[in-house]
Design a protein. Sequence first.
Length: 280
Amino acid sequence: MSPGLLKMAALAQASGVPAATIKHYLREGLLPPPQVKTGRNMAYYDAALVPRIRAIKQLQEQRYLPLRVIRDMLDASDPLRADQTHAALAKALGEMAPPGQRTRAELVAAGMPAAELDFLRGLGLLTPEGRGPDERYAGDDLALLRTLGAARAAGIGPDMLPPAILVPYLEAIRALVRTELVLFREGVVPRAGERLDAVVGAATELSERLVVLLRRKLLLPMLRELTAEPSAPAGLTGAVETARGRRGAGRAASATPRASGARRTNETRSGGPAHRRRET
């Protein structure tokens, strides 16, 4: 038998926790099942469980925490579990992504402005492979570009749906995604056990549907709220205007000193504020 495996008696001795207590931890889901089971009453456990068993016992005795809370705390802080969750989520997202790919040159030739590609890439919404005309867009990158293209084809032009409007969208959705992942790590991952891959895949797809349905349910009530307000929310308009102004900020800044100087010269010649101060 591998030296990294221990019988229950040896596991109890190494951790300093009674075998009966360890078996209770197993029943409550705080410890994984045995690595090897050679008979009805003969099993071998991973020796790496010793620090976890000690931590559970310590949290019980010193902080008086219930086992459910201890389990969630340990699972959330487990680096291996975090890596498994990341891999499972990446796999689920990859399976949901649409097929196909296009190069930058092909997209520009099809009518996608190069400036929009650069703007969306700067926001982190596009993550193509490579650089230059041969950089490739695939998966959700291509789906996003196709959605914008469909909006243009439907008559929703850049004046109605400028790329800058994605900035407030991104800020709102980033907060939503953070909340979703916190709830996911605290509520789903610790209870998924050996079914982590399947649970992550199902939860990813179902949560996406849930977000779409909740948005749909909120559209009309929110429209009534906005209609009752005296004016449109300044936050959204301001965010879009800020994003629009980023590209022209450099030009505006360089023009300001010349404009200010010309204004001071004209005021002095016409007996403006500078001339009146001298008369006083």
